[in-house]
Design a protein around this ligand. Structure first.
Ligand SMILES: *[C@@H]1O[C@H](CO)[C@@H](O)[C@H](O)[C@H]1NC(C)=O
Ligand SMILES: *[C@@H]1O[C@H](CO)[C@@H](O)[C@H](O)[C@H]1NC(C)=O
Ligand SMILES: *[C@@H]1O[C@H](CO)[C@@H](O)[C@H](O)[C@H]1NC(C)=O
Ligand SMILES: *[C@@H]1O[C@H](CO)[C@@H](O)[C@H](O)[C@H]1NC(C)=O
Length: 324
């Protein structure tokens, strides 16, 4: 019995939900959409996905509508003339469809933000120079002479503020842009929200311009950059030459030791120290190939030892052979 009741209730609820979902939501737009000041005339347009028996305009969280238009095809216009502080709130609209019949959900909330020019615009300052490197942290400060307001940071080309602050205790607001990228370049301004009722704001203050530049292209040090390049290339060549010399010397050392081991075999003619020294002449290095070198190194000397050639090895071995 109980499961059946649950199933019935669930079924009724699902039908109710799907019926409500059959009516798409309307959308609300504001004209003009920005920089509305007290005393301006504003138009709110409710766009409908289908013809409606009526369209209603609501203030957010208020169950009673403020205006209704009947028999609307696709758009209902609501005019607010010479707006006052109290008009600076959030709005929504709703409609009753003809076919299918039913009442839509309310549109997404739309804020009517209003500027009150009786308040002074805030000041602004930038923590760093106008030109900053990628990855820097940039701080923008906004201030005014009224304590306990919430500051907003606006960027040219963005209708909504890019950052906002909770109520600041003093009369200064700080915004930090962490690890800036070229996308953060632009012109910034501040405003503050006037406490009390409504979506009432001060006028925008003066602007600051931020330009984020790539690291190597700092103006004025391009000469230093090319000097650095020359130094790097020269350093690279020097290391390559040193490396080749070290390889050659170690190969010759290995080759010499081998030859000495061969000489010590019975029957072989021992060579004089002069002959050994003659073999280490630099002219031999011309005949070297890389393949030869690799074939030799694993036998006696680990590759690491080639970085520090020790001529003393020659003299030690030559010395021990001396008394023979
Ligand atoms: C606003 O609308 C009223 C009539 O509704 C009109 O008298 C007034 O001139 C309009 N103001 C502006 C600035 O357009
Ligand atoms: C930017 O701020 C973050 C967090 O405070 C810090 O970890 C980072 O080192 C700062 N970067 C620079 C370039 O100062
Ligand atoms: C704050 O007040 C001082 C003088 O009282 C004035 O010079 C300054 O411009 C004011 N600053 C702002 C942001 O209103
Ligand atoms: C920024 O302000 C200066 C004057 O303070 C003005 O000349 C300039 O046009 C402003 N820039 C923008 C992008 O508004």
């Amino acid at each position: 019995m109980a499961p059946m009741v649950v199933a019935l209730i669930l079924g009724w609820w699902l039908v109710a939900v799907s019926r409500a979902q059959q009516l798409p939501r309307p959308s609300l737009s504001l004209h003009p959409s920005q920089r509305v000041s007290l005393g301006d005339n504003v138009t709110l347009r409710c766009h409908l996905p289908q013809p409606a028996a009526w369209v209603r305009l609501y203030q957010y969280d208020n169950p009673t509508y403020i205006e209704q238009k009947d028999n609307v095809q696709d758009m209902a216009e609501f005019s607010l003339a010479e707006i006052k502080k109290e008009d600076a709130v959030i709005y929504q609209c709703q409609y009753q469809g003809l076919a299918p019949a039913g009442i839509s959900e309310k549109s997404d909330p739309m804020k009517l933000v209003v500027t009150d020019h009786s308040y002074p615009p805030p000041g602004i300052s930038l923590s760093l120079e106008e030109y900053v490197e990628i990855g820097s942290n940039v701080t923008i400060r906004c201030w005014n002479n009224i304590s306990g307001v919430a500051f907003f940071l606006h960027k040219e080309g963005h209708s909504a503020p890019v950052q906002r602050q909770k109520l600041s205790a003093g009369s200064m607001g700080t915004f930090t842009l962490f690890g800036v990228t070229p996308a953060d370049s632009g012109t910034y301004r501040c405003s503050y929200r006037i406490s009390g009722c409504c979506l009432l704001f001060s006028p925008l203050g003066d602007n600051v311009t931020l330009e984020v530049i790539p690291r190597p292209a700092i103006p004025g040090v391009s000469g230093g950059a090319s000097r650095n390049l020359v130094a790097t290339v020269a350093g690279g060549c020097a290391s390559a030459i040193v490396f080749i010399i070290v390889l050659t010397v170690s190969f010759l050392l290995v080759a010499q030791r081998r030859r000495m081991q061969t000489d010590e075999r019975p029957g072989a003619t021992p060579r004089s120290p002069e002959a050994v020294q003659f073999q280490v002449s630099p002219s031999d290095s011309e005949g070297l190939t890389y393949a030869q070198l690799q074939a030799v190194t694993p036998s006696t000397y680990p590759p690491d030892s080639s970085t520090t050639p020790e001529p003393s090895i020659i003299y030690t071995e030559v010395g021990t052979r001396g008394p023979r």
